[in-house]
Design a protein around this ligand. Sequence first.
Ligand SMILES: [Zn+2]
Length: 363
Amino acid sequence: MIKVFKSPAKYIQGPNILKTQLSEITRYGQAPLIVTDSFVWEMLGKEFCDDLLSEGLAPVLADFDGESSDEQIEKIREKNDPIDFVIALGGGKAIDTGKAVASGLKLAVVVIPTAASTDAPTSAISVTYDEEGFFKTYNYYDKNPDLVFVDTQILVKAPTRMLKSGIADGLATFIEVEAVAKASGKTLAGGAQTIAAYAIAKACEETLLKNARLAVVSNEAQAITPAFEAVVEANTLLSGLGFESGGLAAAHALQNSFSSLEGPIQRMTHGEKVAFTTLVQLILQNESEERVRSFIQLYQEFGLPTTLKELGITEMSDEALFVLCEKTITSQDTIQQMPMELTANDLFSAIKVTDAFVNGLNS
Ligand SMILES: [Zn+2]
């Protein structure tokens, strides 16, 4: 299989860059379309827009309702305002929508995340959701964002829950990339892994294990430290490059299945669901108890879910859970990249044992 590595053209990270490095953004054109939700607009979008206006730009605000549905993306694309490039400012759904709109219009896209909560900003992939907000599908674009612009002064003020979620998403990366390596599997970049992607994923895990605790304290204190900068880079750049060109496996496939469930789990972030499903993958591949325990301990320190109950799955029968496992196993999702033959029963057992193991440790 051929090797493929993808990445954004440029990545810039640092405190206050939205003020000091504005020319990095304005070089993409005169009329940016800004995709942002009303909360981020009030918080910093308005001021950012004023800054663009004073630089002589003519920004256009997209009619974005906060959901990343096909209808929404189509609606924004069809509006005939003359625009030169797209700026996606905000969380996961604004970023996914901005990437999708830019790809359809064949325009450059600048991604400005307002939290280090997922590794979505750097990739040429976005997730679409159905009308009820459930995971629908991955969309693959021709190219990655032209610029990923990460202002750590904004991120350090974001809720700590977001950073912790990003850490969980980032910690899944090397575990899944390792599984794909063992399987000689295919990545989301559309080919085999490169040595580069594997090394980046490994650096992601090392960086997070070394810096995660201090970074969370920095976030709580709203004070930027080298540990905070390191974790922002790991959550955003290292995890993003790692998962796209290194591959996803069981943890993310199960996350996608869990996202279709109703009830309290709907209030969980992507990273929170990934924390639990990463443990399931570790059990599935018979990882050492020491390694499993070290992940459980870190997740618990951060209040990330490690049991079905904490994940918000409290009223699901074994029969319903088994059906979910069957759907996951027979899907075209990334569980197919695991290095061993898996049945619905294997997955069901791993979920039950993860839950029982943590409950046993807790009691
Ligand atoms: Zn993820």
